[in-house]
Write a protein that binds this ligand. Structure first.
Ligand code: HEM
Length: 397
């Protein structure tokens, strides 16, 4: 079978076909659009097992990969993609560990805690400018995107004024059916821009993460560019979509929204639950470098394996009433940030941004509501990171 993609069960829920697969065969054979055979893994335990096992490689330079969508920067092709220097999300240990280690210090829980106040300030500024607009407005454009974008730019030392360039280009990588040429053009524009930026930082380092990395002579300029690309990209597209889709989900669950407004101390649990329930980074792949048995199925060497984090996070064998949004749930063990050696490096930052973002939005806009009927909201089924293209909202002034 091919992979069901349409959100036929509702904007927040996995496609029905995916949920059915999880119930009947959590490790299922899959045929890609080009006819190549692979596997899709949908059960919680099974996905966890795949992600914990480095024999399921993240490399894109071995293959063929045969995926109908691809990781940032990677052309769609039946041929292996070249290894991109610095892009450690697509590497295995020890190459992956060498680069990831260089960043651990910058993203510790303690470092992120120290950032909390600054993130709150950025949120407040964005809420001020939102309040000055005449509703209806698109919350994606006016709030959900600028907050994480401003934060990651400041952390990395990327001028926010240049955002038009990198936001437009990074969007091109997320379009599932994008033309190869368009992707290459966007990729070249990004690497040229970031190449100049990191070369400048190497010559004259400042007080930011990219400058700290640029001081490290062990890293080549190409590696610095790859790392900068990954952080900039992962740092704003993901959180932005969680904030927008999370707001949409809360507006569709007004009782829970009212509870959160009255008791903001519930927000950390609510954020964890929204991450679980929505899992905006859903489908990504691994590549079996040997025969591996999972749930009684033998995945043969050379197979492409797609995991669905959304399906895993909705597995009733792991979470009670798994398809219900319940902000009181302790969603411990949710896998929206992945699992294993590639587990999200920016997860503490993302949590801080989401808590501050939802808290501020609920506090400052008590009458916030959708400005269009639910079925008019354009869902990002065409993009590799899920969410909404726009979220038209309004409020009483
Ligand atoms: C709600 C927001 C976010 C979600 C849902 C999310 C999700 C994920 C997931 C699922 C992975 C694992 C991919 C894999 O195993 O192949 C990942 C990796 C990664 N994320 Fe995030 N992410 C978020 C925010 C961020 C932020 C704010 C940053 C900023 C720095 C970031 C940086 C990264 C990096 C660098 C990796 C690669 C880690 C590695 O390969 O070792 N993410 N993220």
């Amino acid at each position: 079978m091919s992979l069901p993609m349409n959100r036929d069960a509702g904007p927040f829920d996995p496609p029905r076909g995916i949920s059915r697969l999880r119930e009947t065969r959590p490790v299922s054979p899959l045929v890609f659009p080009d006819g190549h055979e692979g596997w899709v893994v949908t059960g919680y335990d099974e996905v966890r097992q795949v992600l914990a096992d480095v024999r399921f490689s993240s490399r894109q330079d071995i293959g063929p990969i045969h995926v109908p969508w691809e990781a940032p920067g990677m052309p769609v092709s039946n041929e292996p993609s070249p290894q991109v220097p610095g892009l450690f999300i697509s590497m295995d240990p020890p190459d992956h560990s060498r680069l990831r280690r260089k960043l651990i210090g910058a993203f510790t829980v303690r470092r992120m805690k120290a950032l909390e106040e600054r993130v709150a300030e950025i949120v407040e500024q964005q809420l001020d400018s939102l309040a000055n607009l005449t509703p209806p407005v698109d919350l994606v454009r006016e709030f959900a995107t600028p907050v994480p974008s401003l934060v990651i730019c400041e952390l990395l030392g990327v001028p926010y004024a240049d955002r038009e360039t990198f936001q437009a280009n990074s969007t091109q990588f997320l379009v599932k059916d994008q033309e190869l040429e368009t992707k290459i053009a966007a990729y070249t524009a990004m690497t040229t821009y970031l190449g100049e930026l990191v070369t400048g930082k190497r010559a004259e380092p400042g007080e930011d993460i990219l400058s700290d990395l640029a001081r490290d002579e062990e890293l080549s300029v190409e590696e610095l560019v790859g790392i900068a690309f990954l952080l900039l990209f992962a740092g704003h597209e993901t959180t932005a979509n969680m904030v927008a889709l999370g707001t949409f989900a809360l507006l569709e669950h007004p009782d829970q929204l009212a509870e959160l407004r009255a008791a903001p101390e519930l927000l950390p649990d609510a954020v964890e639950e929204l991450l679980r329930h929505l899992s905006v980074v859903d489908l990504f792949f691994r590549y079996a470098v040997e025969d591996i048995e999972i749930a009684g199925e033998t995945i043969t060497e050379g197979s492409t394996v797609v995991v669905s984090l959304l399906a895993a996070n909705r597995d009733p064998r792991r979470f009670d009433d798994a398809d219900e949004l319940d902000v009181h749930r302790k969603a411990r063990g949710q896998m929206a940030f992945g699992h294993g050696v590639h587990q999200c490096l920016g997860q503490q930052l993302a949590r801080i941004e989401m808590r501050a973002g939802f808290e501020g939005l609920l506090r400052r806009f008590p009458s916030l509501r959708m400005a269009v009927p639910v079925d008019e909201v354009r869902l990002r089924t065409d993009m590799t990171i899920y969410g909404v293209h726009e979220l038209p909202v309004t409020w009483d002034r």
